[in-house]
Every structure is written in structure tokens, then in C-alpha cells.
Design a protein around this ligand. Sequence first.
Ligand code: HEM
Length: 391
Amino acid sequence: MGLSRRINSFFDDRFDTETARRFIDKQAHKRLPPHISWFHVFGSLALLLFVSQTITGILLLIYYRPTPEAAYSSIQYITTEVHFGWLYRQIHAWGATLMILVVVLHMVRTYFSGAYKKPRELTWVTGVLIFILTIIFGFTGYLLPWNQIAFWATTIGTESAGKVPFIGEWLLYFLRGGEVVTGETLSRFFVVHVIILPWILTGLIAVHLVLMRLSNLATLEPVGEEKPIPPGHGIPFFPVHVAKEAVVAILLLAGLVTLSILSPWEIGEPANPLVTPAHIKPEWYFLPSYQLLKYFEGPYGAVVGIVACSLPFGLLLFWPFLDRGKERHPRKRPWAVGIGLFGLMAALFLGILGHFSGTDVTLLGRRYHIDLLGRPERLMDEPTSHNPVEH
Ligand code: HEM
């Protein structure tokens, strides 16, 4: 008997493998709705990135040390001494950014195709929770190298938490483990980043996938009018959709390695609590909130700012229960599509203002200073050293 037959019969003699086989077969050969396209690969890409983050994160943990004295040098050691340490550190750093991007794209796809409507409300709600946790993953991981930019970005980020109405002071203390960012903060962020979030996210992703499988992928039919896909119709999950996912997965992994080589994340200077660097900006996914908060100054303004930043997340979470229209097709939901586009444009606009605020830019040959609120101010041309000869 061949080896695989012997392994099979070992399990067949002990367990009800027939039921398991039938289950796997049914899942693998499920038919997907005919409109399934390349936009439907973002969910599995997010899953791939989560797995990649877990593997590279475990590798980083072997040499990383979560103390103010050793964190920075342990990252330096990983990138310069450990075999392929530079590569898996870069893949982890780029993977974090790409994971947030891919999760946003997946959310945009499910939003515009109305896939959050009944009976998939809970698939969406678990998705929004995953999105929020992914952002917190990024925030907590950013501090771990204990470099200048991380230290000060965390100081500024936690300061915003201190402005939350009623519980702000407590929240600030809770996040920092004291009044200022110290080794106490590093330990807290470390535990959240490597223990608490991975386990919660694993559980949430599992629930999300089970819910998605239980209600099948949405068609574009209105709520209550979706019909089961007749045998022989639709697109087979395996091999057709899986092949598409594999192509995109290979491109993504190639992209991750290329970015790691061509545009590595620099570690910069070690954290110095006594020297505030000139321009500290948060990561791109915090730029819209960072910019929005600037327009609300003073004790009451800050409270309004925090509410304005949290409101979109609350709206997202409860959106399937607020938008109760039956149509799914984007062309038949002008309001929902309009609100979605407005939200995306507003985030993009605020993000761009946040990125350029406090810098000088050249536009169409003219130089401008962009102030902290994002207002451009024309700069006078500097006199050139070369004086034209007078005739
Ligand atoms: C790590 C994060 C996530 C993973 C691994 C994940 C995974 C998946 C996968 C594999 C699918 C099926 C195929 C597809 O549409 O791509 C799916 C469907 C879905 N996801 Fe996610 N997802 C994540 C985050 C999110 C987020 C942030 C949201 C929304 C806020 C969301 C909402 C949905 C919905 C509504 C569906 C059903 C789509 C339909 O029926 O057409 N997911 N998810």
C-alpha cells in the first residue's frame, strides 16, 4: 500500500472522515455569484497579510527586547546581524501598512456593492471591529522600535486620547502607564501588540469567515430577492476564484519584497524624551484624524474634535442598521453611494492637508508655505545669486 493510502486508512479506521471529506468538498466547490470579480480578492489578501504579519512578528520576537534600554539596539541587531532579519523586519513594517490599505479596499468593495445588507449585517459589524483593531495594531507596533519618531508620534497620539470627554485623563494615564511616555508605555503597547490583539483578531477573523460562508457571497439582487445559485451556474470557488486569489497573492508577496528592498523603513535616531524633533507626523492612516483635530482648539473645541473623529467609526459600525433600503446595486442607491464617496473624499482631502501641513511646496513653479491648518501662503522668491547683466 502506498504511503498516502496508509495515512488515509489510519484516519479512516479511527474517525468519520467521510463527513469531513464531504464538508471540505462542498466548501471548495461552492458556486459564487456570477458578478464576482477581481474586486472580490481583497478579503483573502487581508487574510494572507494577517498570516504574514503573524509569521514575521514571531520571527521578530526571537531577538526583540521590549525595554527602553534594549528595544532600539535589538532592532538594529535584527537588521544588521540576524540572517534575513532585515527582510522579515521590512516585510512586517510594509505588511502593516499594506494590510490597512487592503482592509480599507475590502471595506470599500463591500460598501459599494451593498454586501452589508440583510442577512450580512453581522459580517459587516465584525469587519468594522477588525478594521479598528488593525489600526490599533499599527499604532501599538509603531512605538516598539523606540526611536525618536515613534516616541514622539506616540506622545502626540496619546495626547489626543487625553482630550476624550470625561475619561480623557484616565485614558491618557491608562495608555501611558503614567503621565508621560516611558518604558511603562512600551510594556503596555508590547503586550497589546503581541498577545491581546493577535488573539482577539484571530477570533474575530474566524467569526467573520464563518459568517461569510454561512450567508454566501452577496449577489446584486435586492434584499429578500437573492436566489440560490442553480447547479452548474455561477463561478466555482475552486479552482476559478482560488486561481484569481493566487495570482493576486503572488503579486502582493512580490510587491512586499520589492518595497522592502527598494524603499526600506529606516530606524532613525533612538528615542530621546528631551529633544522634540521638528516635524512629527503620524502614519498615513492617522493623518485625516490628526488634521481634523487641529481645527478644534480649546477645551470645548477639543471635545468636539474627538467626537468628530469618532463619529465616522460609530457610523460605520451601525451602518447596516441605518441604511435600511433594499437595493444593493450601486446605481440604485444614490444616497448611500454619495455618502460613501463624500466620506472617502473627505478622508483623502484631510489626509493630504495633514501630509503637507507645516511644509513648503512648489506648485506650478511657485513656492508656498502650507500652514498647520493646511492654508497655502505664497513665499517670495529668494533672490538669486546671479544678477542679470544690465544693458
Ligand atoms: C483582516 C481583515 C479581514 C479579512 C481577513 C476578511 C476576509 C473576508 C473574506 C475572505 C471575504 C469573502 C471574499 C471577499 O469579499 O473578499 C469577506 C467578505 C466580507 N467582508 Fe471581510 N475581511 C476582513 C475585514 C473586513 C472589513 C474591515 C469589513 C467591513 C467593515 C468586512 C466586511 C465584509 C463583508 C460585508 C463581506 C461579505 C461580502 C459579500 O457577501 O459579498 N470585512 N471578508
